[in-house]
Write a protein that binds this ligand. Structure first.
Ligand SMILES: [Zn+2]
Length: 219
């Protein structure tokens, strides 16, 4: 969720400083002792004071810097998972089953499908940052409607969430698993007819591209 380092002697690119400023503002424990930061992407004394304060909670000798995939980012925005719709994993319908590894003819299902009610709010399945929009289809009547997002966590774990309309201006936002609303569920029935069970498709990879079965982490 960080491209490069933030803090003392850090590179302090605007997008990364914004990420850290958002995390600090979302951390109630830091907000108790320090004022809320303006999320402007500018690195300065106030942002540094918050980094120092955060590190003092778990480091004996804080270095004032947050590196990508380092101890501090993993500590201040820990890996966490949550249910996107609050509903069960899709069972078997006319188009297949929703579990990871289910047959899709010549290939296997690479994610887990969570049942959805079209129009319902979808919550982040992974804590991290929304890095980009992710579209499952490039053509068809509903290609613009059936969209999604990519979320990258502090350790580089990456999650794709499909078949929803992402919240406006969601890219660049720091999200908390099972808590932050990232979009609105959309129906798949225009594309697949009534035999399909409406759902949200969740796919997870490690930082190094190893597939993760979402049901082993989303509890
Ligand atoms: Zn799926």
């Amino acid at each position: 969720m960080l491209g490069s380092s933030v803090g003392k002697n850090g590179i302090n690119k605007s997008a990364d400083v914004k990420t850290i400023q958002q995390i600090i503002n979302l951390r109630d424990d830091l907000r108790k002792v320090l004022p809320k930061l303006v999320v402007d992407g500018r690195y300065g004394a106030k942002t540094q004071a918050c980094i120092d304060q955060a590190q003092s909670g778990f480091m004996r000798q804080p270095d004032g810097r947050i590196d990508p995939y380092g101890a501090t980012i993993k500590k201040i925005w820990p890996i966490a998972y949550g249910k996107p719709t609050g509903l069960a994993v899709r069972g078997t319908d006319s188009y297949g089953a929703g579990h990871h590894g289910a047959s899709r003819g010549s290939r296997v299902h690479d994610g887990t499908d969570y049942n959805s009610t079209p129009g319902q709010q979808v919550k982040a399945p992974l804590s991290g940052k929304i890095t980009k929009m992710s579209k499952p289809y490039s053509s068809g009547i509903d290609a613009m409607v059936l969209s999604g997002v990519e979320i990258v966590a502090s350790d580089g774990t990456t999650c794709w969430v499909w078949y929803m309309q992402p919240t406006v201006n969601i890219v660049g936002t720091v999200v908390k698993a099972g808590n932050s609303i990232i979009g609105t569920a959309k129906t798949l029935k225009n594309r697949y007819k009534n035999g399909i069970t409406d759902h949200i498709h969740v796919r997870i990879h490690t930082r190094h591209g190893v597939k993760v079965n979402p049901t082993t982490v989303i509890k």
